[in-house]
Ligand binder design. Structure first.
Ligand code: GPV
Length: 852
């Protein structure tokens, strides 16, 4: 009961809410109060979970003061605000981030220690807010952090899923999905706004009526089903600023309104049952990444979210500006994160025309000034198309408006290009083929004033491929690029405290101001020949590798030697990201090592002359319905089983698959990598953002000339990255060649296929589709073309790493690998999400930071 003694000896002197952040006594007093009143427990049975909740509530109290002040300041300044609409916010844990941004980590750690707790253990209690699939959702999370940190007025709007991305278990090498019920314990970071309730209608029918005053015809939508959107708010603290924005996530709740037809028919049970089903709208995140499955419930989610958000935005506008609609685009910018919120364009047009009685053109003029659209892929299977039947049944009035938008748009195109008869068919928002459907990307382009890609190469590709006809119609200026970024608060300071501290010391920056001025990393170049510094740097990396090895041990049972090359590929499992290329190369390495051993070459000689010891570390989820991705996971695990248990191999090679890769695991994995793989088929990965995280944490990259790898190379220098593979411009020809001339399988890859087919990794039938896809079905992702280039890149990089990786006494290693790592970090400033937000603010949203 030591904590009680400590408390007894304290005078209770807490004054303001802010004191809890910097004053031990104030923290402890608040902590105890929350244990006793909020949690209804006492200090005698306060476990780590209760400590987490009491700490969160304590910090949250302080955060809410900033949050209220910010909202007041933003209202008074009455400037333009941006709303970031995203169906995914992959936030991860909130507490450590809040402690860092609020500068309260030291005080909290000390206070908790006095109370008998360990901060790290307490932080571990928090479940990840895993409301996203991968890069797209994590980008949204980084963006809200930057909006607050850079003093913008910017809100996020999304859905408060009861179940986030599934939890992944690996059983006998197979992925098993289990539900992520993350709200099992109450979530201290969400503030339920039960008073903010917005009715959202679905189904029903449209009829025409006449305005009693003007006699004008008017469309009325009589909805058939009503659901309430109830707000849950998540305050988003900025770093080194009081600016605290809001992330508003909607919950679906039943209305109290009753289906009286059913009720009167005596069917009380059914009437209640239908209402209960309302909640299913926000119950689960769709687990697909870069893929659209076209389910009705998904479309319901989209409209529910969009309708609630827009009514909230419009209501807030009207409070200050009444019906002065001309001002609307001066006050409001809305960013569409992919096409998921495209119905917002239609909904705003409906609000203005049907509910607010504006003329069509006047309304449309406002709408197109407000919206901007970010595209995140060129892959056709990920481009949303909603069947006209489904859309018209769920949202009959919206379908009419879409047809009208398309009609007026095509009329304009015809006027501009009277001689181009094909053009109308190419840019129509409606696809006439069965099933007739609405192309959401086209609708998003037509309804927005700017369209951006997420890395230079990607932004060029969308202009020359999927959207080229729109460049003709609207001109080049509508299409722009904003290269993605990541928040250095979470991805450097939080994930890699030792490296962040070393950098702060070298930059003479005890307050870590470089975290909001990431260009200052450049100064690290001055120390690239300082042996003392390089050694310290290498020790930090080594410590992070020890931490990663502990995670691997805990989750897979496999023991890794932290001095070997840690070769990491963690991201969603997808054929285009090519984990299969990586595991095939691992198999090749294993076969070669076995061959050398069988020829009597000793392990030491192999390490010296052929293969340095390395651990291949994989992680990532496959969409539950994606057979090929699941096959790849199974192969990786089976290869691990064989290699890791082969007594001849020892530490020469290890292969592990870390289950349930998520944000909090990424915070451990990223700093612990020597080398990470970003090896998508050129032209397929729009940007990638984990490449940025690894490079910012002093890991080198092996990658293809794709997405943001191109710009990372430009920034850090091509001598500090290992690029390989065919270029995007050759991909189409190669695919064509595969189909018309057959796929050439190089000898090396053929050996790998034979080994798999021999059954050493289990029943070869299980891998048949994977191999046949390459050999006989056109090798769409160009594994055969890039395989030997990948092997060659490895030969080159392993020479640089040397066989004493992590040993700070090896000067050769220090002088090549570590220098490259330092030079990478020094030149990664560009990839701060703060820079992205500034670019969006300036080029797309036309907003300025608030005066503090
Ligand atoms: I579309 N992205 C994603 O995570 N999910 C999706 O459904 C779609 C795109 C990703 C891209 O694949 C990455 O290249 C990109 O870095 C990320 O979005 C953020 O722009």
């Amino acid at each position: 009961y030591s904590q009680l003694k400590v408390l007894d000896s304290k005078k209770q002197t807490a004054t303001t809410e802010d004191d809890v952040l910097t004053n031990k006594d104030a923290f402890e007093e608040s902590f105890v109060k929350h244990v006793e009143t909020t949690l209804a427990r006492n200090m005698y049975n306060c476990d780590n979970l209760a400590a987490y909740q009491a700490t969160s509530n304590t910090i949250r109290d302080a955060l809410l003061i900033d949050w209220a002040n910010t909202q007041q300041k933003q209202t008074i300044q009455d400037g333009k605000r941006v709303y970031y609409l995203s169906l995914e916010f992959l936030m991860g844990r909130a507490m450590d981030n809040a402690l860092i941004n609020l500068k309260s980590r030291d005080n909290t750690k000390k206070s908790l220690t006095e109370l008998g707790f360990n901060l790290e253990d307490v932080l571990e209690q928090e479940p990840d807010a895993a409301l996203g699939n991968g890069g797209l959702g994590r980008l949204a999370a980084c963006f809200v952090d930057s909006l607050s940190s850079k003093n913008y007025s910017g809100w996020g709007y999304g859905l408060n899923y009861q179940y986030g991305i599934f939890k992944q278990k690996i059983v006998d090498g197979y992925q098993i999905e289990t539900p992520d019920y993350w709200l099992k314990y109450s979530n201290p970071w969400e503030i339920m706004r039960s008073e903010i309730q917005i009715p959202v209608d679905f189904y029903g029918y449209v009829y025409e009526d006449h305005d009693p005053n003007t006699g004008k015809a008017k469309k009325i939508w009589a909805g058939g089903e009503r659901v309430l959107a109830v707000a849950a708010d998540f305050p988003i603290p900025g770093f080194n600023t009081d600016n605290t924005n809001n992330l508003r996530l909607w919950n679906a709740k039943p209305t109290e309104e009753f289906d009286f037809t059913k009720f009167n028919a005596g069917d009380y049970q059914q009437s209640v049952g239908a209402q209960q089903r309302a909640e299913s709208i926000t119950s689960v995140l769709y687990p697909n990444d870069n893929f659209e499955s076209g389910k009705e419930l998904r479309l319901k989610q989209q409209y529910f979210w969009v309708a609630a958000s827009l009514h909230d935005i419009v209501r807030r506008f009207k409070k200050n500006h009444k019906n002065n609609w001309k001002k609307f685009p001066d006050q409001i910018a809305i960013q569409l994160n992919d096409t998921h919120p495209t119905l917002a364009i239609v909904e705003l047009q409906r609000i203005l025309v049907d509910l607010e009685d504006l003329e069509w053109n006047e309304a449309w003029n406002i709408v197109t000034k407000v919206f901007a659209y970010t595209n995140h892929t060129v892959m056709s299977e990920a481009l949303e198309k909603w069947p006209v039947d489904l859309l018209g049944r769920l949202l009959p009035r919206h379908l009419e408006i879409i047809y009208d938008i398309n009609f007026f748009f095509l009329k304009e195109v015809e006027r501009k290009f009277p001689d181009d008869r094909d053009l109308l068919g190419k840019v129509s928002v409606i696809e006439e083929n069965a099933p007739k459907s609405v192309k959401m990307a086209f609708l998003a382009i037509v309804g927005s004033h700017k369209v951006n890609g997420v890395a230079e190469l990607h932004s060029e590709l969308i202009k020359t491929t999927i959207f080229k006809d729109f460049v003709k119609v609207f001109g080049e200026d509508k299409f722009t690029n904003v290269t993605n970024g990541i928040t250095p608060r979470r991805w450097l300071r939080q994930a890699n405290p030792e490296l962040a501290a070393l950098i702060a010391e070298k930059l003479n920056d005890p307050n870590y101001e470089y975290l909001t001025n990431l260009g200052r990393l450049k100064k690290l170049e001055e120390f690239v020949n300082d042996d003392e510094f390089l050694k310290r740097w290498d020790i930090v990396k080594f410590n992070n590798k020890v931490r990663l090895a502990a995670l691997v041990k805990e989750t897979t049972g496999v023991v890794l030697d932290p001095t070997v090359l840690f070769d990491v590929q963690v991201k969603r499992i997808h054929e285009y990201k090519r984990q299969q290329l990586n595991i095939f190369a691992v198999i090749y390495r294993y076969l070669k090592i076995k061959e050398l051993l069988s020829q009597g070459v000793s392990v030491d000689e192999i390490k010296e002359k052929y293969y340095i010891p390395k651990a291949s570390i994989f992680g990532g989820k496959a969409a539950p319905g994606y057979y090929m991705a699941k096959t790849i996971i199974h192969l990786i695990n089976k290869v691990g089983d064989i290699v890791n248990n082969d007594p001849e191999i020892g530490d020469l090679l290890k292969v592990v698959f870390i289950p349930d890769y998520n944000v909090s695991k990424a915070e451990i994995i990223t700093p612990g990598s020597d080398l990470s793989n970003h090896i998508s088929t050129a032209g397929t990965e729009a940007s990638g953002t984990s490449n940025m995280k690894f490079a910012l944490n002093g890991g080198l990259i092996i990658g293809t000339v794709d997405g943001a790898n191109v710009e990372i190379t430009r920034e850090i220098g091509e001598e500090n990255i290992f690029l390989f593979g065919n270029l995007a411009e050759s991909v189409e020809d190669l695919r064509h060649k595969h189909i018309y001339e057959g796929v050439h399988i190089p000898q090396t890859l053929a050996q790998v296929f034979s080994a798999i087919e021999s059954g050493i990794f289990g029943n070869p039938d299980e891998y048949k589709a994977l191999i046949d896809g390459i050999k006989y079905h056109g090798d769409y992702y160009l594994v055969s073309d890039d395989f030997e280039l990948f092997l060659a890149a490895h030969v080159k990089l392993e020479k640089v790493f040397g066989h004493h990786g992590g040993d700070a006494s090896d000067t050769d290693h220090l002088h090549k690998w570590v220098k490259s790592a330092v030079l990478s970090v020094a030149n990664m400033g560009f990839f701060s999400s703060d820079r992205c937000i500034d670019e969006y603010a300036e080029d797309i949203w036309n907003i300025e930071p608030l005066n503090q």
